[in-house]
Write a protein that binds this ligand. Structure first.
Ligand SMILES: Cc1cc2nc3c(=O)[nH]c(=O)nc-3n(C[C@H](O)[C@H](O)[C@H](O)COP(=O)(O)OP(=O)(O)OC[C@H]3O[C@@H](n4cnc5c(N)ncnc54)[C@H](O)[C@@H]3O)c2cc1C
Length: 288
């Protein structure tokens, strides 16, 4: 199908882009989600504001605090960035599960957050890390914590006149490891369920924090603090207990792809697997 008619503007500065975001306008970034939605006539904005000429937003900046990714940085570029991988490996771990190379060459990290697909990997990563998104409008800027950003399936608290200009993923504390696990019917498909895990150990290598961020189990990313369930077994971790606790706490829906019971089961198995891998990662970091 062809999209419904729309006005198209391709600004060369951020100010011009923000001024164009009035009325029924939508930002066009990588187009990997928006163009299919237009072609299927599931979206019909009056104007597209194409940000692809805003080279100043094509950035990946790493500091001791974390990784800041600009609105034009594509998945593939971010996944290749060695500084980002060192400071916050969970981004690269998750990006390995996002679609296929052709999509990753165009799709943007910030676009994925703004699109807020409950089956997408990056919203769960931002949520479990407690990251933020910087939003700009003609009226000013604000920083939105991940906990308040995602409001429903394909819905965020971004206003129509706002653009997400960057996303910030905090760096890992000491003795902290990460891992990502998901199950999809074919590699590159959206996951039936997925988990982004972050585990912190103390000096005696006991678990002091075990957190899991989930995709495809609810309308928005879900974050569970599983420290209590995981902690008793010290160095080896109570990973099976944490998986069981996740199964108790999660309440996924069923759909044509998986029943609710199967999805809950998967989430439990993936929780156990991802937390164990994250703890192994933390141990490797400690030994380096
Ligand atoms: C075949 C296929 C498979 C895919 N599989 C996966 C997958 O497994 N996992 C996954 O996570 N994703 C998947 N995707 C989606 C892909 O990751 C997209 O790139 C991503 O969801 C959106 O990024 P984009 O830059 O293409 O955004 P666009 O398509 O340009 O925009 C998507 C939405 O976000 C809004 N938006 C974009 N950027 C901004 C901004 N800076 N500020 C405000 N609003 C903005 C747009 O207005 C639009 O509403 C798949 C896509 C395809 C085509």
């Amino acid at each position: 199908m062809k999209p419904p008619p729309f006005d198209y503007v391709a600004p060369r500065t951020l100010d011009e882009a923000l001024r164009a975001l009035t009325g029924d306008a939508k930002v066009l970034a990588g187009g990997q989600s928006l163009i299919p939605l237009l072609n299927m006539r599931l979206a019909a904005p009056a104007r597209l504001v194409d940000i692809n000429r805003l080279a100043a937003l094509d950035t990946v900046e790493t500091t001791a605090e974390g990784v800041r990714i600009g609105a034009l940085a594509r998945h593939a570029r971010v996944a290749r960035d060695p500084g980002a991988a060192a400071a916050q490996p969970l981004i690269r771990q998750a990006l390995g599960h996002v679609a296929h190379p052709a999509v990753r060459n165009r799709g943007t990290v910030v676009g994925s957050l703004a699109h807020a697909d409950p089956a997408a990997e990056l919203p769960a990563v931002l949520a479990v890390l407690g990251g933020t998104v910087e939003a700009a409008s003609a009226g000013g800027r604000r920083t939105i914590p991940a906990a308040g950003l995602f409001t429903g399936p394909l819905e965020t608290c971004l206003r129509p006149d706002e653009m997400a200009v960057s996303a910030f993923f905090p760096a890992l504390p000491r003795r902290t490891g990460t891992a990502f696990a998901e199950t999809a019917r074919r590699h590159g498909d959206y996951a039936l369920a997925g988990v982004a895990a972050v585990v912190t150990l103390d000096e005696d290598l006991r678990v002091t924090s075990a957190r899991a961020g989930y995709l495809s189990v609810a309308a928005t990313p879900v974050v569970l603090d599983l420290t209590e369930a995981a902690a008793p077994a010290a160095r080896t971790g109570g990973w099976a207990a944490a998986g069981a606790r996740a199964r108790e706490l999660l309440d996924p829906d069923g759909d044509v792809h998986a029943t609710a019971a199967y999805r809950r089961h998967l989430a439990g198995v993936l929780t156990e697997r991802a937390l164990r891998a994250a703890a192994d990662d933390a141990l490797r970091r400690e030994e380096r």
